[in-house]
Design a protein around this ligand. Structure first.
Ligand SMILES: [Zn+2]
Length: 262
């Protein structure tokens, strides 16, 4: 039987594995592509054989929450089932946050995206309505927790027990702070480790698979701006069982999506 790694090396389609990308964006700005970012993202998915991406729009970024999410909504309408929306949240006004999240969930969005890079901690009161709704509906919440920036050890241990039914997806766990991620994942059952990163700690995926329950590791590409095939290659080439690769690339994310309450 041809393995996932062999298929990847041969450039064969991985479509049969029904891969789910838990971390993608719509973006523009410094990137020179000549098509819409939704078209660009779906083309990358087709090239890599990725079936579905959970996407947040950062096209407008910053405080323009509604405008960002409108771009995302249009993309989900253009690519139904291929692109699923995270509601991007700017926490300046808690009532605006609640209204925006409720409205976008009505439109079919499936999760929430928060970026500590915007200058607000995840414990900031403006985020609370979004976490409360995520808790009620068992939504995935994608949290940027990268690098020397705040968000991981100083905030996730506070948020995770407060919103036990929200599934907190910790971005970039395969790229850095591996030991911190292992500790948090083992202490909080509603945290998931997502693997993308422009850099990669050698052996990180193997260490995570050895150290946390396998169902708590999910795959994301951060495409755009990162490259989907690069992020996929980290899992295909990892020294872990074939079955573990399939769970990371598809089964675990599908379980998170199946838990969402309508
Ligand atoms: Zn990202």
């Amino acid at each position: 039987m041809t393995t996932l790694l062999e298929k990847g090396r041969l450039g064969e389609s991985l479509a049969e594995y029904e891969i789910v990308d838990m971390h993608a964006h719509l973006m523009r700005g410094p990137f020179p592509w000549q098509e819409s970012s939704a078209d660009h993202l779906v083309r990358a998915m087709d090239q890599s054989g990725v079936k579905t991406s959970l996407v947040s729009s950062l096209e407008c970024a910053g405080f323009r929450m509604e405008a960002c999410n409108e771009v995302m909504y249009e993309a989900t309408q253009k690519y139904p089932g291929r692109l699923l929306g995270y509601v991007y949240v700017w926490p300046g006004d808690p009532e605006a946050v609640r209204a925006e999240v409720e409205r976008r969930l009505e439109q079919g969005f499936v999760g929430i995206k928060m970026l500590v890079l915007m200058g607000y901690d995840y414990t900031y009161p403006g985020y609370a309505p979004a976490f409360e709704i995520a808790n009620e509906r068992r939504l995935p919440v994608l949290l940027h927790t990268y690098g020397g920036q705040r968000g991981l050890a100083d905030q996730v241990p506070t948020i995770a027990p407060r919103y036990k039914d929200a599934n907190l997806v910790l971005a970039h766990a395969g790229a850095q702070k591996v030991e911190e991620h292992i500790q948090i994942a083992n202490e909080h059952e509603n945290t998931y480790l997502e693997l993308c990163g422009s850099n990669a700690t050698y052996g990180a995926i193997e260490t995570l698979v050895e150290s946390v329950p396998l169902e708590r590791i999910v795959w994301g590409a951060d495409d755009l701006p990162l490259n989907m095939s690069h992020q996929l290659g980290k899992v295909l080439g990892a020294d872990i069982p074939e079955e573990a690769k399939k769970q990371i690339l598809s089964t675990n994310a599908r379980r998170i999506l199946s838990q969402i309450r309508k």
